[in-house]
Design a protein around this ligand. Structure first.
Ligand SMILES: C[S@@+](CC[C@H](N)C(=O)[O-])C[C@H]1O[C@@H](n2cnc3c(N)ncnc32)[C@H](O)[C@@H]1O
Ligand code: SF4
Length: 421
């Protein structure tokens, strides 16, 4: 048995190997530097994190807290504004923005007044830049947080894509994770209303791997999707790395769930590739905002603002203040002080693979650019193994996960990311 095969076998049933990278925060200890992440790339995207929610779902791995009173919300936005201005004044050589996502938490959980301030901040910031042709900003919310006022502000500021969480239509499962459900008729009415306000694309998030989900609940989700007919669907497998919990659902059950969602979504007319977690009615958009699309396809640079936001440039990765903390303070004068890692090419390549895994494939030429050498030579043994075992197949410049490979996607993708001992 080759060394690569031995490692793959060892990782087969280890749930730590998924799309999270690095596996342990301490893995990058030796690359940590004091100071800011250098940003020299001429094109990047922005991400603004709003860490507030009306309810705190217990499956959620994002940095968030219950929405505070309006004065505290304003304080958060004020600090965000200062951080964004400081970044722009230092990096005015960034000529182009390829994306701008506002996520969380639940940005739409802000009060109407503070939400207006957020949309003004978005519009003002975006105006400072040249925008790429496929620039498609996006904002996250829940069905409960959508209001007419917020939709008007969203459309007025130039955002035409909204992403809402459905997670599962199984009320008992949702409630067991402390999340309230919304009646299907209400969701349908809201979606019609969102469209009538000028929003062009609605994405719905679904999750699998949740405790209590069954074949029946998956079929119920799929009939809900057929009824609501969102433009895009994002399918998330429950990740528990950050929650410090062990997953209770087996890899085989997760594979079965994904396959069932995949087959039916394709039947419903959505475009995707087996192993990809985004689905779209439009072939060209890959089922996500331009911020995620560029990141998945080519590991493009992005700058995150706000608590715990992550940034990546061609030099490394940084995390803003608040990472791994659910008890953060809103009294900080800046969220920019966090952890910065200057990474060597092999670690940047690993990060690219872990992001690209969301679309089930990665580009060999982009990997070569990041590594600074021929990826086919660098990963000669890994590529030979995954192709011989039909875990991946080569389509043009891309290595794409196969059905068999996706069953063990963590072990398979990690051959190219987590170092072989
Ligand atoms: C940042 S959240 C914001 C969504 C919005 N607040 C909501 O609840 O609808 C984006 C999506 O991440 C997914 N998500 C949350 N926790 C997750 C976890 N532990 N593993 C995988 N996906 C998760 C959910 O599908 C969620 O809709
Ligand atoms: S899933 Fe959404 S609403 Fe629930 S805690 Fe996470 S960000 Fe908040």
């Amino acid at each position: 048995m080759s060394e690569v095969e031995q490692i793959w076998k060892k990782r087969l049933h280890n749930p730590l190997f998924n799309t999270s990278y690095p596996l342990h925060p301490t893995d990058w200890k030796k690359y940590r530097i004091a100071g800011e992440l250098p940003f020299t790339d001429s094109c990047c995207a922005f991400y603004v994190h709003i860490p507030f929610c009306a309810q705190l779902c217990s499956f959620c791995e994002y940095t968030r807290k219950r929405i505070p009173e309006e004065g505290e919300q304003i304080k958060y936005l004020y600090t965000l504004d200062k951080d964004i201005k400081a970044f722009i004044s230092k990096h005015n050589d960034h000529q182009q923005l390829y994306g701008f996502d506002v996520g969380g938490g639940t940005p739409m959980a802000l009060s109407d007044h503070v939400f207006t301030l957020l949309m003004n901040l978005f519009a003002r910031t975006k105006e400072r830049f040249r925008l790429c042709d496929d620039f498609e900003p996006s904002i996250e919310g829940t069905f409960q947080s959508v209001t007419e006022h917020k939709l008007k502000e969203i459309v007025h500021s130039g955002i035409r894509r909204i992403s809402l969480g459905l997670q599962t239509s199984d009320r008992a499962v949702l409630r067991s994770y402390k999340r309230n459900d919304v009646a299907i008729e209400t969701m349908k009415e809201k979606m019609e209303f969102i469209r009538s306000c000028g929003v062009e694309k609605i994405n719905l998030d679904l999750m699998y791997g949740l405790n209590g989900q069954s074949e029946g609940s998956i079929d119920f989700d799929l009939s809900t999707i057929a009824t609501l007919s969102p433009d895009q669907v994002t399918l998330y497998e429950l990740r528990t790395n950050m929650l410090r919990q062990k997953p209770r659902v087996s890899l085989d059950k997760n594979f079965f769930s994904y396959s069932r969602y995949y087959e039916k979504l394709i039947e419903l007319g959505y475009f995707s590739q087996f192993g990809q977690n985004t689905f779209s009615k439009y072939k060209e958009d890959l089922g996500c905002s331009s911020y995620l699309r560029h990141r998945m396809l080519s590991a493009s640079s992005y700058k995150g603002f706000g608590i715990a936001a992550q940034s990546m440039s061609s030099m490394g990765i940084s995390y803003n203040f608040g990472k791994n903390s659910d008890n953060f303070s809103l009294d900080e004068v800046s969220y920019e002080k966090g952890e910065t890692y200057l990474l060597p090419p092999k670690e940047l390549a690993a990060k690219y693979i872990s992001i690209a895994a969301y679309c089930g494939s990665f580009s060999l030429s982009r990997l070569s650019e990041i590594l600074g050498c021929d990826a086919e030579e660098y990963f000669y043994h890994q590529i030979r193994f995954v192709l011989n075992r039909h875990l991946m197949e080569q389509r043009g410049d891309k290595l794409c996960i196969t059905r068999e490979g996706f069953r063990y996607y963590g072990a398979t993708f990690s051959l190219f990311s987590s170092p072989l001992p």
